[in-house]
Design a binder for this molecule. Structure first.
Ligand SMILES: Nc1ncnc2c1ncn2[C@@H]1O[C@H](COP(=O)(O)OP(=O)(O)OP(=O)(O)O)[C@@H](O)[C@H]1O
Length: 310
């Protein structure tokens, strides 16, 4: 349905998006996962024709949309990171205003306003002014705006950043319902791997403007099939302890998390013994030891040496 070929965007000569090849099939929900600055927003801005690529192409059903975006715009709903609403108007009035602006037919606009408000869980607050809403509620109205013309494809740019848990749950549930009940095609960007794990069938992992891995969740996790993820808790984490563990031959990554250390190491029978010896050598006390199932966060750590939230 939508495909990109070597999609590239440079700002002042620096590539924010670097030859990204990507596809989104009808009815799929695909995640773009990456830390802040990875190039996710720039990628979706090009896909949604808000900015022009420096080079490369975006195609809708085989036709380039870079210079002819009208077909795409009809079927696309985009929820940007920034909230764009009139604070002095009510939720209902905002939707009516944007519905008229987007030329939603008069005869169906009222019904659409009510169904989108229902979907984002704000039907009973529709008469309240947007300025009285929490950040999460404003984000939900913003999503309703993007849904007014009943788009086949919905692109959401980090829709749950910085909002209350109730709104976050509403948004996740809404995306799930749109996909399952209406067959909407979804492109979802996030740096929360749990959300992408929960909602998306296929995932592109981005870092520094490039796609560094892609596949289904289980395909991505199989990157770590030769690795163990081990969590140890010690009485005190020191730099010297981290260095000693990093010197163990099988160890690829060590991540510090309060009193815990998360270690990704090549599968081997003696890794446990090596870790115990390292802790003893540093005169630390081992309080807990746990082998863990790898997560997408671990895949990212393995590929980049950093965590998604660094
Ligand atoms: N208009 C612009 N002018 C200059 N640099 C830009 C512009 N837009 C984005 N960038 C740079 O491009 C890189 C990628 O940014 P982008 O917003 O696409 O990342 P992201 O993965 O969406 O992260 P975030 O979640 O922080 O938005 C960053 O280094 C950013 O500073």
């Amino acid at each position: 349905m939508i495909e990109t070929y070597k999609l590239t965007k440079a700002f002042k000569g620096k590539r924010a998006v670097d030859e990204v090849d990507f596809y989104l099939d009808e009815g799929e929900s695909v995640g773009l996962l990456g830390p802040n600055g990875a190039g996710k927003s720039t990628t979706i801005s090009m896909i949604s024709t808000l900015i022009k690529p420096t080079s490369g192409d975006v195609k809708l059903n085989g036709e380039s949309i870079v210079h002819n975006s009208s077909k795409l715009r009809k079927i696309l709903g985009v929820v940007p990171q920034e909230i764009a609403l009139y604070e002095e108007l009510s939720a209902y009035e905002n939707l009516k205003f944007f519905g008229q602006l987007y030329k939603v037919e008069k005869s169906i606009l009222e019904k659409r306003i009510q169904s989108t408000l229902e979907l984002v869980g704000l039907r009973d607050r529709q008469k309240d002014l947007v300025k009285t809403f929490s950040g999460g509620m404003k984000r939900r109205v913003n999503i309703a705006v993007a849904l007014l013309h009943n788009p086949k494809v919905l692109i959401l740019d980090e829709p749950t950043v910085g909002i209350d848990p109730q709104s976050r749950n509403h948004i996740l549930e809404m995306v799930r319902r749109m996909k399952e009940e209406q067959g909407t095609t979804i492109l979802y960007t996030s740096h929360y791997m749990e959300e992408v794990e929960q909602l998306c069938e296929r995932i592109y992992v981005m870092d520094h403007g490039k796609v560094i891995a892609t596949g289904t969740q289980s395909e991505l996790l199989s990157i770590l099939s030769n690795e163990d993820t081990i969590k140890i808790q010690v009485d005190k984490v020191t730099d010297s302890l981290i260095e000693t563990i990093q010197e163990i031959e099988q160890v690829h990554q060590v991540e510090e998390d309060k009193d815990n250390l998360k270690i990704i190491a090549k599968k081997s029978s003696n890794i446990v013994r090596e870790l115990v010896l390292a802790v003893e050598k540093e005169k630390a006390q081992l309080l807990n030891f746990q082998m863990e199932k790898p997560s997408l966060e671990d895949v990212f750590l393995h590929l980049t040496g950093r965590t998604l939230r660094d």
